[in-house]
Design a protein around this ligand. Structure first.
Ligand SMILES: Nc1ncnc2c1ncn2[C@@H]1O[C@H](COP(=O)(O)OP(=O)(O)O)[C@@H](O)[C@H]1O
Ligand SMILES: O=c1ccn([C@@H]2O[C@H](COP(=O)(O)OP(=O)(O)O)[C@@H](O)[C@H]2O)c(=O)[nH]1
Length: 239
């Protein structure tokens, strides 16, 4: 087993829905604490960690009210949901001994500082965890695309998509029990097969920037650490 991390700087995409734990929506306290413990282990091993957090856990709770709404307006609600998650995550990180900074793609400066790339890079060099909130700041995008974008901007070596499934499968494993998991797959193959694990915009951006993605399960204890140590875990999507 390798004793030092395989990566110096990573971009971790955390699913908003994973924060719910077993609850119907919102943030489950035990779940967020456990996630932060796993992140802390990686930060304390000397890896620079930036995080993009999703919003599905909160947005799902209000989605009923967005039916029939203008798509862009609903998307702004989704982006604001990610700001709430980012604040909860940063608070939990600070209490666990990490230093976290939230940067928002939407101006909301009484609450969090705006995203300024050089400032983010400075925080990372200082060993702080930077949490990117509000996705890309644009409707019609996803937080997966925000992860690809910010990952490329900060020169991350790898985007880690921590999600509900333990990798990329030949079909959606929730719908097709015979689906097989790939240990690795190229961006071109993943896009050609229309694999629904990430949206095409995120895949295309990472492919063009030659920024690999690791898809792994957020629920599997120790998986994040194993990915960072370069061990065989989840699925690698590469150019
Ligand atoms: N080919 C596939 N391989 C793995 N998961 C897939 C695939 N196609 C669809 N999915 C679904 O994608 C989901 C993860 O994507 P998404 O809901 O965007 O997660 P997140 O909330 O982490 O952004 C999984 O729960 C899985 O059911
Ligand atoms: O750049 C972005 C990122 C997110 N969103 C909105 O925010 C919601 C929450 O993000 P996402 O679904 O990616 O979160 P996750 O699935 O990771 O919980 C999305 O559904 C979109 O409505 C958006 O409009 N632009």
């Amino acid at each position: 087993m390798p004793s030092s991390p395989a990566h110096k700087r990573i971009l971790l995409k955390l699913s908003g829905e994973a924060l719910m734990g077993d609850d119907a929506f919102g943030i489950n306290r035990a779940t967020i604490v456990r996630m932060v413990e796993e992140v802390a282990e990686v930060v304390n091993s000397g890896v620079q960690v930036a995080v993009v957090i999703g919003g599905g856990n909160i947005f799902r709770g209000v989605a009923g009210g967005s039916v029939g709404m203008d798509r862009a307006t609903a998307d702004y609600m989704g982006m604001l949901a990610t700001v709430m998650n980012a604040l909860a995550l940063a608070d939990t990180m600070d209490k666990s001994g990490l230093t976290a900074r939230v940067m928002s793609a939407i101006a909301i400066e009484q609450v969090v500082e705006p995203y300024v790339r050089p400032k983010a890079l400075q925080y990372l060099e200082e060993g702080k965890v930077v949490i990117f909130a509000a996705g890309t700041g644009n409707p019609f995008f996803t937080t997966d695309t925000a992860a690809a974008l910010r990952g490329a901007e900060i020169g991350a070596e790898l985007v880690l998509k921590a999600t509900k499934v333990d990798g990329v499968y030949s079909a959606d494993p929730k719908k097709d029990p015979s689906a097989r998991r790939y240990s690795k797959i190229t961006f071109d193959d993943a896009m050609a097969q229309n694999l629904g694990i990430m949206d095409a915009t995120a895949f295309a951006l990472c492919r063009d920037q030659k920024l690999p993605i690791k898809v792994f399960s957020i629920f599997k204890h120790g998986a994040l650490k194993r990915v960072v140590m370069g061990e065989d875990e989840g699925t690698l999507v590469y150019a």
